[in-house]
Design a protein around this ligand. Structure first.
Ligand code: NAD
Length: 356
């Protein structure tokens, strides 16, 4: 593997390899782009098969954060970190504090948060060494669980889709098939129920299904039946890769609008396949940006009302994306990338003029 080729391919600014011998820390911090602001993204701890896999993952994920922050209109760049190790066996105070010192050494160019394999408790150790940590629990003065804000953003994104397809932004009597009723899915069902939508849910956890059936009058189906549900909207809120060559032929949906990350198995194949079936797809990283909006607000001095209002504005961002998609005759996933790239480019130009 040629490291600089990998870096150049995605246009990263900086990649930091972190090693601490006392704690055993092996970590990589990737700063993709800081044109809009400091690079923000969580720290993933994973037993990667190889160091190459770890590097590829951190480069891919940090680039994704650049697009997400830019499309959401935030003054943030994209970053991510990975710690190579088994989250069940290799965690220690020493390890996370050593990692925190590396974050601190970047002087705010990178801001971290919890992610897959790391917890709020782990981040408390990181925070002992650096202030560049966000997503802090309410009891420590932070913004707490981002899921209700993600759900609110997704709900308003859904309204934008419904407006686009049916000409009204009410979800009353619209049927929504929700895949996964965990943190985000539960709050989403609550909002849908209040609006008078008809909800069909699935989850591999029967207790979670029972809760939304009891509380919100949802219908339930088995996990593999969700793709066949006769609903106007499909809302993936569990897993990635679920829009693919096997599921698309089953879809009777008009809209796909959900919080899960990386919903399209293969962007360039499955994005156009949805267009072909006349299904409107709300790009995942745009509609699920409520969580990022929430931690961004924490950095600015947390104001819940402001964060919620900003999450609601995902409605307007999606409308803009649908417009680009129509005007330029491209799938919506591509339109959101263009929106993000154009914002970064225009700010880059302003900055370089200023320096000159
Ligand atoms: P979660 O783990 O609380 O919920 C996921 C749910 O999906 C669980 O209840 C799980 O049992 C269920 N599930 C797993 N496999 C399934 C399957 N095959 N079929 C049906 N259900 C299945 O996670 P969450 O925080 O609610 O996040 C949901 C999705 O949204 C994830 O993809 C996450 O990356 C993404 N997301 C979450 C946030 C947030 O603020 N929590 C922000 C942005 C994106």
């Amino acid at each position: 593997m040629v490291v600089f080729d990998e870096i150049d391919m995605r246009g990263h600014e900086q990649v930091v390899f972190c090693r601490d011998y006392t704690s055993g820390l092996k970590a990589i911090i990737a700063i993709h782009n800081t044109v809009l602001g400091p690079a923000l993204g969580g720290t993933r701890m994973w037993n990667f098969k190889s160091e190459e896999d770890a590097l590829k993952d951190v480069l891919r994920l940090s680039r994704g954060m650049t697009y997400k922050a830019a499309a959401a209109g935030l003054n943030l760049g994209g970053g991510k970190a990975v710690i190579i190790g088994d989250p069940k066996k290799d965690k220690s105070e020493l390890l996370f504090r050593a990692f925190g010192r590396f974050v601190e050494s970047l002087g705010g160019r990178y801001i971290t948060a919890e992610d897959v394999g790391t917890s709020v408790e782990d981040m408390e150790y990181v925070r002992m060494e650096t202030d560049y940590v966000t997503g802090i629990p309410v009891e420590f003065g932070g913004s707490g669980d981002p899921s209700p804000v993600t759900a609110l953003g997704t709900f308003h994104g859904m309204k934008a889709c419904v407006e686009e397809v049916f000409g009204t932004d009410s979800l009353k009597d619209i049927t929504v098939a929700v895949q996964g009723v965990g943190h985000v899915g539960y709050y989403l069902c609550e909002l849908l129920h209040k609006e008078g939508a008809k909800i069909t849910v699935t989850d591999i956890d029967a207790d979670k299904v029972k809760k939304v059936v009891d509380e919100f009058g949802a219908k339930s189906v088995k996990p593999d039946e969700i793709y066949d549900v006769d609903a106007e909207i499909f809302s993936p809120s569990a897993l990635g890769g679920i829009i693919n060559k096997d599921t698309i032929p089953k879809f009777k949906f008009k809209i796909i609008a959900g919080a899960a990350n990386n919903q399209l198995a293969i962007e360039k194949v499955d994005g156009p396949a949805l267009v072909e079936k006349n299904i409107l797809y709300a790009p995942d990283y745009v509609i699920n940006a409520g969580g990022l909006i929430n931690v961004y607000n924490e950095l600015e001095g947390y104001n819940r009302e402001k964060a919620l209002n900003q999450a609601k504005s995902i409605y307007n961002i999606l409308k803009k994306i649908f417009q680009i998609s129509k005007e330029e005759n491209i799938p919506t996933y591509e339109a959101s990338n263009r929106l993000a790239e154009r914002r970064i480019e225009s700010l880059r130009k302003i900055k370089s003029n200023y320096i000159l």
